[in-house]
Write a new protein. Structure first.
Lengths: 115, 113
């Protein structure tokens, strides 16, 4: 069990650029989640996958955001035409599929700074 | 809809002193509650969770929490803190309508020597 990994750990970009983040979950976990955390706040849910199917999306996830999980393994989160308000820590988590009370295991996050 | 409120944004405490981090919840359905910890530059880690049974839940690193239905609270306690406990602590509740977790705003515990 190598844990959840996220890359890159830090990303600085200029407003209007596109960025893509990657999350590698724990290998046997079916569910994968994306959260966003801004300074002084708890993580806010963005979206989640069961295997390759994206089953729920938050209203926070505007049309500029898209997430994929091809083949039910790693996932990518893309933000198009970044805005300064997108600056945040983007967290990925994974869990087994058995129940919504299952423990979610979090990665270290990708910190995005939009200049 | 489920929600949690963490009553303190920051809690400074001296090393070896006891600490309590407060969390109140709101839920119209069965209650399940979590506490997570986030150390500097690290991801969130589950401390403990209440699903059913005993209202006193023991977690990792000497932390425990007590589920109190009448007061709708799930406060986190530790009898003697260490410098290494300095971190952000989040109370959370799973959304029974889906699979997302709803987090409180967090309490920053700062342990002083």
């Amino acid at each position: 069990d190598t844990g959840v990994s996220q890359n890159p750990r830090h990303k600085i970009t200029k407003r209007g650029q596109n960025v893509t983040f990657r999350c590698d979950p724990i290998s046997e976990h079916n569910r994968l989640y994306w959260y966003r955390q801004t300074l002084g706040q708890g993580p806010e849910f963005l979206t989640y996958f069961q295997n390759e199917a994206q089953l729920e999306k938050s209203r926070l996830l505007s049309d500029r955001f898209s997430a994929e999980r091809p083949k039910g393994s790693f996932s990518t989160l893309e933000i198009q035409r970044t805005e300064q308000g997108d600056s945040a820590m983007y967290l990925c988590a994974s869990s087994l599929a058995a129940s919504y009370t299952d423990t979610q295991y979090f990665g270290p996050g990708t910190r995005l700074t939009v200049l | 809809a489920q929600s949690v409120t963490q009553l303190d944004s920051q809690v400074p405490v001296f090393e070896e002193a006891p600490v309590e981090l407060r969390c109140n919840y709101s839920s119209s359905v069965s209650v399940y509650l979590f506490w997570y910890v986030q150390y500097p530059n690290q991801g969130l880690q589950l401390l403990l969770k209440y699903l059913s049974g005993s209202t006193l839940v023991k977690g990792i690193n000497g932390f425990e929490a007590e589920f109190n239905k009448s007061q709708t609270s799930f406060h986190l306690r530790k009898p003697s803190v260490h410098i290494s406990d300095t971190a952000e602590y989040f109370c959370a509740v799973p959304n029974t309508g889906g699979f997302k977790t709803i987090f409180g705003a967090g309490t920053r515990l700062f342990v002083k020597a």
